[in-house]
Design a binder for this molecule. Sequence first.
Ligand code: NAP
Length: 341
Amino acid sequence: MNSIASLHATLHLAGVYRRPGVLHNREGRLPEKERLFFDILQFEQETGMRKIGFVGLGIMGQPMCLNLVKAGFDVTVFNRTAARLDRVVAAGARAAGSPAEVAQQSEITITMVSDTPDVDAVILGEQGVVEGAQSGSVVVDMSTISPSVTQEIGDRLKQGGVDMLDAPVSGGDTGAINGTLAIMVGGEKSIFQRCLPVFQAMGKSVTYVGGRGMGQTTKLCNQILVSVTNMAVCEAMLFAQKSGLDPGIMVEATQGGAAGSWQLSNLGPKMVAADFAPGFMVDLQQKDLRLVIEAGRQMNLPMPALRLVHQMYAGCQAHGEGREGTQALFKSFQRLAGEGA
Ligand code: NAP
């Protein structure tokens, strides 16, 4: 039996049939979770791919990896700091001793580490993914890094017959935990289509944005939007506070209107509560803004708002707040206004 026939046989046994583009059972259209399960089943049958590797189990990587395990993929993991492996191994993933070993056992290897040199190290460095990846397999980098270095890493992998997608994400740690990330994918379209069910297990909005590097370019646009918006949130919070208006009530009153944004609804209440624990760290935001500034400089593009917020975050770093969440930008604004912070 060929793979499609065997898929149909499996679906038939499960009481599931297809109407154009939609999966049904006798009760009607299948709920989201069951459809995802059958999408994954179809993906396995059509591509033979179910073994996923995951390198980098930080704030984002760990919950993303847990969602892959929950969705039923066979997952092998590596993290530099071994203690971070415990939770995913307890959930059913298998630990490997290096990124090379992960890639050896995987059809798709995902990397989710910090910065451009870190992705370079885990993919091309000693015991890196390139040493274990089989020809025909795919590497998906979901970190936020330089679009141009992404091109170079992809070229190097291609020499060994390995395809690469860049698939950075937005949605923060809550999006990673809830499997609702926005995922922006660059690379060959046919490879994107093959990997789609893997992305769907981690994200809600998955968009193919163009050739290799375009995922990272889209993510840098995303970072311009979030950081400049965050600056507006800080300014409005301080304005409310100085005017004797409760900033929490200001957030409540404005978030449902034209001023509403993820930054306002998620970071505004944290600023009010002086909760500066990281979802997304200032240091990582600065890394992303540096990438935007470098790319903008190459295009001779003036970016006054972006450069200003980069300076305000530098104020946070100078005060030892680099490992706090991006809502710590509020403290930089408070200091500028002579408020104690
Ligand atoms: P994080 O909590 O600091 O985790 C970073 C992970 O990368 C850790 O597992 C770390 O290993 C690993 N790592 C870093 N450098 C490494 C190296 N040279 N070799 C091997 N492993 C290395 O960071 P995160 O918040 O998960 O962010 C990961 C990526 O997602 C970043 O590119 C970030 O910009 C992006 N991102 C983050 C968010 C967010 O809200 N946090 C949102 C969207 C995108 P150890 O455990 O050993 O340190």
